[in-house]
Design a binder for this molecule. Sequence first.
Ligand code: NAP
Length: 253
Amino acid sequence: MVGDVAERVNGASTAIVTGASRGIGAAIAQDLASRGFHVVVNFREDLAGAERTVRAIEGAGGSAELQRADVTSRDDVARLVGSVAASGRAIGVLINNAGILRDSSFRKMAPDDWRAVLETNLIGVINVCHAVVPHMIERKFGRIVTIASFVGQSGNFGQTNYAAAKAGIIGFTKSLALELAQYDVTVNAVCPGFIRTGMWDAIPEAAKEKLVSRIPLRRVGSPDEVARGVRYLVENGDYVTGQTLNINGGIYM
Ligand code: NAP
């Protein structure tokens, strides 16, 4: 429970959630805030969405702040983490959620589509971890959860760039978990299946029907279902590190 976590880390109950302006990130931010964490709501462009997340948290009696930063920019990330640390808040939790899609078959994929997806979904995660990890080591406590995807485990037609980035995250997670275990910093990945967010809504209806027919539980998941898995790793996963938690309706086993 958050009380235990906060006590053990002398109040290090601030959680940074990247890409929290909508979708899965917004759900995670609201869920962690409801458990007592002060949540740093990060976004890149979608200020209105990020403000909605903060309003929802505060409306429910929680505590949050807005922080604009592009995770692909090491300067932006350093500014974000520096500003949270300078305000005296101790970062106990990092949720790497920000991510983008630039789908097309490999033959048609433009170099910019490779680069953007790898820079956001993989290098972005590394950038934020690099800035946050020293603070966690100093306190000898941390919970890092990165939102990967079942596509990083199974591959998917039209997503060579996305699959490479998400598979990279899984390897990164395991290696970082080995390095940080001695400081009681756990590092895990969550691999969602298809989740109802803007990413899902952008898929044409006919394609959605086909995709749902491939899911053993016969439905897409909700952002809240992912948030509950993240909460488990943050609050109750003290002896869980270097793992991937699959929240995917059975689409990859
Ligand atoms: P979404 O609704 O498109 O939201 C993406 C979030 O990431 C937005 O808040 C966006 O903010 C932020 N973002 C994108 N680029 C950023 C950058 N460079 N710096 C900072 N923030 C950035 O996506 P979602 O469906 O919730 O997905 C969230 C995560 O779950 C992603 O990592 C995605 O790959 C993963 N995932 C999703 C699904 C699914 O079916 N939805 C399945 C498996 C995994 P701005 O608009 O302000 O840039």
